[in-house]
Design a protein around this ligand. Structure first.
Ligand code: ATP
Ligand code: MG
Length: 316
C-alpha cells in the first residue's frame, strides 16, 4: 500500500500534467523534475512519471539504470501495475515511476496493439486519486509515448526556450493536442506555456516574451525560469534543485511555478486548499513580475491556439 494514502486529505485534484514539446532540449525534464519536487515540497502528494526512454527524469532523481526494475515500459505493455512501479524518493511526498531505455521498444511493440493510446491512462487510473498532481515527462517526439501521455493527461505544460525560434514547431504540437482532444481525450487542456532558460535582461528575450504573450495570452505562465547553473548541476547529483540548492534562483523559480499552477487550481477546490499552499505563498520571495491573480482559466481559450499558431507560422 502506498504510504501517502494514509493521513493525507482526500485528493481534491488528481491533476495529470504532461510536460511536452517535441523540440529537444527545451527544459522538459528539468521542468518535470523540479515542478514535481516543488509540488511535493508544498506538501502536495505528487507522482512523477518518466515517459522518455532517455530516462533523464529517473537518473535526475538519483536512480541508476536498471533494466530489471519495473518501469513505465512495463506499464505500457500491461506487464506490471503502477502500484508495483512506484518508487519513493528523497522527498517525502514525491514518488517516481521510472523509465529505462527499453521504453523505445514500446513504440514498436504497441504499434498494432488494441487501445495502444490508452495504455498509460489505464495504468495510472488505479493510483491517480492518491496524488494531487501527476507529472509526466515526455520524450522530444510526437510519438506513441507522447501520445499516451497526452491521452492520460488533463492538461499539457509546454516548456519553451525564450529564443527567436521558440515558436518553431509549436503549431505541430498544438495541432496534435487538438487532434487528441477531438478523438481521444476531449477534456485535454493547456496548463500553460513556461519560458525556460530565460534571460530577461536582453532585448531579444523581452521581445520574445511579448510575442509569446500576444500569442498565448493567459496561457503564458507569469513565472519564467532563468538560465541557472544549479538547475543544470542538480541532476548529476541525483537531486531536484530545491534539494541540491534550495536558495538558488532556479529552485526558487520552480517553486514559484508550482505555486502559480496550484493557485490556478484553487477555485476548483475552494473549500479544501492543498496542505502547504499557504506556507509556500508566504515564504516565497517576490517574483518581480506581475502578481498572479489566481483568475487564470484552465481549459478555456485553448481552442483559439491552433488557429493562432497557423497565423504565426505564416508571419514567421
Ligand atoms: P529532451 O528533449 O532531450 O528530453 P528536455 O527538453 O527534457 O530535453 P532538459 O533535459 O530539461 O531538456 O534540458 C536540456 C539541458 O539544458 C540539460 O543539460 C539541462 O540541465 C539544461 N537546462 C535546462 N533548463 C535549464 C536552466 N533553466 N538553466 C540552465 N540549464 C538548464
Ligand atoms: Mg527530457
Amino acid at each position: 500500500m502506498l504510504p501517502c494514502s494514509s493521513g493525507s486529505p482526500k485528493n481534491p485534484m488528481g491533476r495529470v500534467i504532461a510536460v511536452a514539446n517535441q523540440k529537444g532540449g527545451v527544459g522538459k525534464t528539468t521542468t518535470a523534475i523540479n515542478l514535481a519536487a516543488s509540488f511535493a515540497a508544498a506538501e502536495v502528494n505528487t507522482l512523477l512519471v518518466d515517459c522518455d526512454p532517455q530516462s533523464n527524469a529517473t537518473s535526475g532523481l538519483g536512480f541508476p539504470k536498471d533494466p530489471d526494475r519495473i518501469s513505465s515500459y512495463h506499464l505500457l505493455m500491461g506487464a506490471a501495475t503502477a502500484e508495483e512501479a512506484l518508487l519513493t524518493t528523497e522527498l517525502e511526498q514525491l514518488w517516481l515511476i521510472p523509465a529505462h531505455k527499453n521504453l523505445i521498444g514500446a513504440n514498436i511493440e504497441l504499434v498494432d496493439a488494441e487501445g495502444r493510446e490508452f495504455r498509460m491512462r489505464e495504468a495510472l487510473a488505479p493510483v491517480r486519486d492518491r496524488f494531487q498532481f501527476v507529472v509526466l515527462d515526455c520524450p522530444p517526439a510526437l510519438d506513441l509515448l507522447t501520445l499516451n501521455a497526452l491521452v492520460a493527461a488533463d492538461a499539457v505544460l509546454i516548456p519553451m526556450q525564450g529564443e527567436y525560434f521558440a515558436l518553431e514547431g509549436i503549431s505541430e504540437l498544438l495541432d496534435t493536442i487538438e487532434r487528441i482532444r477531438a478523438a481521444l481525450n476531449p477534456p485535454l487542456g493547456i496548463e500553460g506555456v513556461v519560458l525556460t532558460m530565460f534571460d530577461d535582461r536582453t532585448n531579444l528575450a523581452q521581445q520574445v516574451m511579448r510575442e509569446l504573450k500576444n500569442y498565448f495570452g493567459e496561457k503564458l505562465c507569469t513565472t519564467t525560469i532563468p538560465r541557472n547553473i544549479r538547475l543544470a548541476e542538480a541532476p548529476s547529483h541525483g537531486m531536484a534543485a530545491l534539494v541540491y540548492d534550495p536558495r538558488s534562483k532556479g529552485a526558487e523559480s520552480y517553486i514559484r511555478l508550482a505555486k502559480e499552477i496550484i493557485e490556478r487550481q484553487l477555485p476548483a477546490i475552494s473549500s479544501q486548499p492543498p496542505v502547504g499552499t499557504t506556507e509556500i505563498s508566504t515564504t516565497l520571495p517576490a517574483s518581480g513580475q506581475a502578481e498572479d491573480t489566481g483568475e487564470h482559466r484552465t481549459d478555456t481559450a485553448v481552442e483559439e491556439l491552433p488557429a493562432a499558431a497557423d497565423e504565426m507560422d505564416k508571419t514567421a
